[in-house]
Design a protein around this ligand. Structure first.
Ligand SMILES: *Cc1c(COP(=O)(O)O)cnc(C)c1O
Length: 452
């Protein structure tokens, strides 16, 4: 395909433009989380006035079909009645108490009921807190300091996890942000993902010092990448052999890809798991849980300190529970379907249908247009790469055609389709998307691709 200038330069509406100028005066970069600034696509963000179902409307009155869903939490779509009603109702009785409330217990029983590896769980306020606390707990349990993470996996922004691969295969990690002390980064070892030999070599040399491996169960923060056959089993066996813990970061995949997340799909039992996003129903939330003998080391029972003023607040718990009920049906709250039992069709079945519908239409379209691509999809998560090679780790992800992506992004936005403003993000379909919405999206994709 010949690049042309047929796609208009980045633009946003006049009111958004004005408000962003004000925002930049008072907020660093004008945003409260960096990806929202649209830097990866070279432009400026729009401001949202309201959203309902799969659509959002900006303050200039333009509407978009949304494939971000607040970066994952909004699996029912925007402002679902089941959640907005419960928030109104619960808030009338108080917003936060800092004393136990019944919703916390129902949430904990539900998570433990749905995810077999989780025997006990503690709620916190973000995915970042969940992974940070799980790592502290793993270090406290094993009395070891080193942790292993994988290049391209994102686990939030705590110091131990904002670490990038060093130059040599077995060197310690390098800070991936200013302000992270080198002394912290040295305790985090960073490996390439999907590379069993590198993992085995590291454990053979330093396995006795490693407290835990933390991994995104399906890495979805640098594109969407799947584990090669046997790779996750290797993570389980190698941690067991060396007395380290395996931490599954299911902040994105948990409660999105079925009742038990990726560990349910892959039938694996990590020692600890981290959650967030979907279990808060759109309110700030995180959770980490797993083996009872490990979890019982947390204060007040044990010596590993962890706390939170707003943790388990009734609004987030009630909103999250309402979301889970809509997804799986009330019958399954707090109980796990018997192993091997057929679960009746539920929200997850429907999300998978929608995902498959979108995938097959998109594959056909890209083939028809002759666009080199790789499309990774599982359930309601998808990532389209403009690349002509298989994508199995972050270095493959970095080799996609970024200029092509930018044109595609702006072309789609112009025509009312909102994709993540970065080629490194996963797209999300919600239960509020219909087949017709997906087909309309594909029509726009076709028009945009013709012009690139
Ligand atoms: C979003 C995300 C986090 C961080 O969660 P926050 O709530 O943004 O702190 C951690 N891990 C994964 C896999 C995520 O997708």
């Amino acid at each position: 395909m010949q690049p042309t200038d047929a796609i208009a330069a980045p633009r946003c509406g006049a009111l958004s433009k004005k408000l962003f100028a004000v925002a930049k005066e008072f907020i660093p970069g004008g945003v409260n989380s960096p990806v929202r600034a649209f830097r990866n696509v070279g432009g400026e963000p729009f401001f949202v006035r309201r959203a309902a179902g799969c659509r959002i409307e900006d303050i200039d009155g333009k509407t978009y079909i949304d494939y971000i869903g607040s970066w994952g939490p909004n699996i029912l779509g925007h402002a679902p009645v089941a959640i907005t009603n419960i928030i109104h109702e619960v808030a009338k009785s108080g917003i936060s108490f800092g004393i136990p409330n019944p919703f916390e217990v129902e949430m904990a029983r539900t998570i433990c009921g749905w995810v077999p590896s989780v025997e006990k769980v503690r709620m916190c306020n973000s995915g970042t807190e969940a992974t940070m606390s799980a790592i502290r707990l793993a270090r406290g349990f094993t009395r070891r300091d080193l942790i292993v993470k994988f290049d391209g996996c994102y686990h939030g922004h705590s110091d131990s996890l904002l670490v990038a691969a060093g130059s040599g295969a077995l060197t310690h990690g390098e800070p991936d942000s200013a302000g992270v002390p080198r002394a912290f980064a040295e305790k985090t070892l960073v490996l390439p993902y999907n590379d069993p030999a590198a993992l085995e070599h590291l454990f053979a040399t330093r396995g006795e010092q490693i407290a835990a491996i933390i991994v995104e169960s399906y890495p979805a923060n640098a594109g969407l990448v799947f584990p090669q056959p046997g790779y996750l089993d290797l993570l389980v066996s190698i941690t067991r052999n060396y007395g380290a813990l395996l931490i599954f970061d299911e902040v994105m995949t948990g409660f999105r890809l079925g009742m038990a997340g990726v560990q349910g799909i892959e039938n694996l039992t990590p020692d600890l798991s981290c959650f967030g996003k979907v279990i808060g129903g759109g309110l700030p939330v995180g959770a980490f849980g797993g083996r009872a003998d490990v979890m019982d080391l947390l204060a007040p029972l044990g010596p590993v300190y962890q706390a939170g003023t707003l943790s388990g607040n009734p609004l987030a718990m009630a909103a999250g529970l309402a979301q889970l009920k809509e997804l799986a049906g009330t019958a399954y709250l707090q109980t796990r379907p018997a192993a091997g039992a057929d679960t009746p069709p539920n929200g997850y079945t429907r999300l998978d249908q929608l995902g498959a519908h979108f995938e097959s239409g998109l594959r056909a379209l890209l083939t028809e247009k002759g666009v080199p691509h790789r499309l990774n999809r599982v359930g309601s998560m998808f990532c389209l790469f403009f690349a002509d090679r298989d994508i199995i780790n972050v270095s493959d992800v970095m080799k996609q055609d970024l200029e092509f992506f930018k044109k595609f992004f702006w072309g789609c936005l112009d025509k009312g389709i909102y994709l993540a403003p970065s080629p490194y993000e996963t797209g999300f379909i919600s239960l509020a998307h219909s087949e017709a919405d997906l087909d309309d999206t594909l029509t726009v994709f076709g028009e945009v691709l013709t012009k690139i």
